[in-house]
Design a binder for this molecule. Sequence first.
Ligand code: 13P
Ligand code: SF4
Length: 337
Amino acid sequence: MVTAEQLYEKLKDIQVGNPVCRFTRENCELLLPTIQRIEDLKREKNAIILVHNYVAPQIYYSVADYTGDSYGLSKKAKESDADVIVFSAVRFMAETAKILNPGKMVLDPNPNGGCSLADGITAGDVIQLRKKFPDHTFVCYINTTAEVKAQCDVCVTSSNVYGIIEKIPNDKIYFLPDRLMGENVISHLKSRGVNKDIQLWDGTCYVHEEYQPESIDQVRKNFADVEILVHPECSSSVVGKADYVGSTSQMLDHVRESEKDAFFLLTECGLTGVLQSEFPEKTFAGSCTLCKYMKSNSLEDILGVLENPNPPSIIEIDPETQKRALHCVNQMFRYAN
Ligand code: 13P
Ligand code: SF4
C-alpha cells in the first residue's frame, strides 16, 4: 500500500483544478484510513481497480492497479483474472469492461458518471440510421452505451480511430457519435490520399468542443518553443494547429519521449495534473477544463462499492446486447492488432 510520504511525493507538484489543488502531507495522512480499507477489500475480494487518466490524482496515485486511456483500460479489463473489476471513470467505460467480462462482477463507483457523447445517441437512433444507410459500416466511438455498441459493427477509441477507419475495407462509413472527431478523421484520411464516404452523427464532448484555435495562436506568440498537444475530440480548427494529436495515454507517452520542456494541452485538465506529477522538471500549461462526470469519482465511493455493492453500481447488460456489443468491441481489437 502507498504510504503518506509516497502519495505526497506524487501529488505535491500538481497545481490544476478548480479550486487549484495543492496537496499537503497532512491531506495525504488523512486519506490513508480510506486507502487502507480499500486495499484490504481488494485483497479479500480479489478485485482490481482501473482508473482513467482524468480521474482525481488522489485516486490515480493511491488505489489504482492500472491507469490509462479507454483503450488501455479496456485491454486490462479483457486480460484480467480478478473476480471483481472496479472501474473509476465514467459509465460507458465500466460497461465496456462488463461487455468483455460478462461472468465477472464489474462495479461502477460513479453510477451517474455520464458523458455528453455517450448520452447523445440511443440504440433506436442507430437502428433508424442503419435503414437510411444500409451499405455503410457503422463505426462507434467507445464513448457509447452497450446498447449502441450492440447496433454497430466496429468500436474505436481516440488512440486507434484514424487507423481503424482507414483499414476497414468498406469505403462507406457511418461514424458516431462524435462529429468533431469524425471531421478530424476525414481531414486525416484526405491528407493520406484516402477517399471515403464518411457520414457523421452530430454529437460532441462538452469539454473539448469549447477549445478555440485562437488560444493556440496566443500561446505560440508568447512561447516560441512550446509543444501543443490536443485530443482528437477537439474541433478540426484546433487539431489543425496542434503539434501532436492523440489519446490521453498517447499524449503522456509523447511528453515522455519529447525533447521539449514546455507543453500546452487542450484536453481535460486531469491529464495536465498527471504530467506535472510525472515530469516535474517540465512546464505544462493548459486550458484547465474539468469533466464533471470524471470528477465525480471519489475514494469514499470506491470504498462504498467494495463494502456494499448495490444495484446502480453493479453493471448488468442483457445477454443478447452483451453478445452483439462484444462482437463490435472485439472487431476493434482485431483491427488494432
Ligand atoms: P481517452 O481514451 O483518450 O482517454 O479519452 C477518453 C475520453 O473520454 C476523452 O474525453
Ligand atoms: Fe465524455 Fe467529454 Fe467527459 Fe470524456 S471529457 S468523459 S468525452 S464528457
